[in-house]
Design a protein around this ligand. Structure first.
Ligand SMILES: [Zn+2]
Length: 299
């Protein structure tokens, strides 16, 4: 029994370390997915990138990793010969802002939520992944910030920035290309996987659910949804996650309220009927429940 328990703990530690390690693949070829309105989605290493190019300036939403900067520039260069004039960040995480410094040094104006500036300008951590970050260099930091909402007018697009409070982090912004009906959600929505709520960055499971409902209120069946990670998505796929999140949150909350330990809570298999869709790896249901448990139990 003792040996078995110890093995379980070791197994869990490996499971929790895996997402961070997976994200440390910092280079990949860029795959360009053309969307409506001359908007593009780039997939590579790290978070998905949204792109608009044209006469009023080339802009990217998120910048993956420093190692990807040359590839991002080359991929945008195939669409338009001008340099990248704007970087828009969905949130502060390293796999979405890693290329900020390189693009900032090339002259891009970086725009993000005020909390993205605050977290990048100081020593920060993603505790769940055991990652710590030194303050970012000045070139990487947002130069224009918003708190609640903002509007950008780029290449004929009205781009609405909307803060999604205390969701994946406290730095999340969604970008809505109003006329083209295209949205970049950042990591508030990752397709066909359980969400990562980074409590150490001000995220919360309740805020995550509220944020997805807010995104839903701005989209329709035709909206092209760029998720933080994963392939292009739809309103239906996003909507389908809401009952799943609400059910799992409610169940874990009941376990916490009943004074159950994490081990007892995991044994209840609260994600069981959702794992076929949202757990590409079999451990991910337990990782998700562990995070909600720790948040709600204040661990
Ligand atoms: Zn993130």
């Amino acid at each position: 029994m003792t040996i078995h328990r110890r093995l379980s703990v070791i197994a869990l530690a490996i499971v929790l370390a895996t997402p961070a390690m997976a994200q440390l693949t910092r280079t990949a070829e860029i795959k360009d997915i053309p969307l409506r309105g001359n908007i593009h989605m780039f997939m590579g290493a790290g978070g998905n990138i949204g792109v608009t190019t044209g006469v009023y300036g080339n802009a990217v939403i998120d910048t993956q990793f420093a190692e990807m900067v040359d590839r991002i520039k080359a991929a945008v260069g195939k669409l338009d010969s001008k340099p990248i004039g704007y970087v828009l960040n969905t949130h502060w995480h390293f796999d979405h802002t890693g290329g900020n410094e390189g693009l900032g040094k090339s002259g891009a104006l970086i725009i993000a939520h005020e909390n993205t500036f605050k977290r990048m300008a100081t020593k920060s951590a993603i505790k769940d992944m055991k990652l710590e970050f030194e303050p970012s260099p000045a070139a990487a930091l947002p130069k224009v910030t918003v708190n609640d909402t903002g509007t950008l007018r780029l290449n004929g697009h009205t781009v609405q920035m909307m803060h999604l409070p205390a969701a994946h982090t406290d730095t999340d912004v969604m970008y809505l290309f109003a006329e083209a009906n295209v949205v970049h959600t950042g990591d508030v929505y990752t397709r066909l996987s359980y969400p990562f709520v980074d409590v150490s960055s001000g995220g919360s499971i309740k805020g995550m659910i509220a944020a997805r409902k807010k995104i839903l209120s701005h989209v329709n069946a035709d909206t092209q949804i760029i998720p933080g990670h994963g392939v292009l998505s739809t309103m239906k796929e996003l909507a389908d996650t809401i009952p799943m999140l609400e059910a799992v949150e409610k169940r874990v909350a009941a376990s916490v309220k009943a004074g159950k330990t994490l081990e007892q809570t995991l044994a209840e298999k609260h994600t069981k009927e959702f794992d076929a869709v949202y757990a590409p790896r079999p451990d991910q249901g337990d990782v998700f429940v562990t995070r909600i448990y720790n948040e709600l139990a204040g661990k």
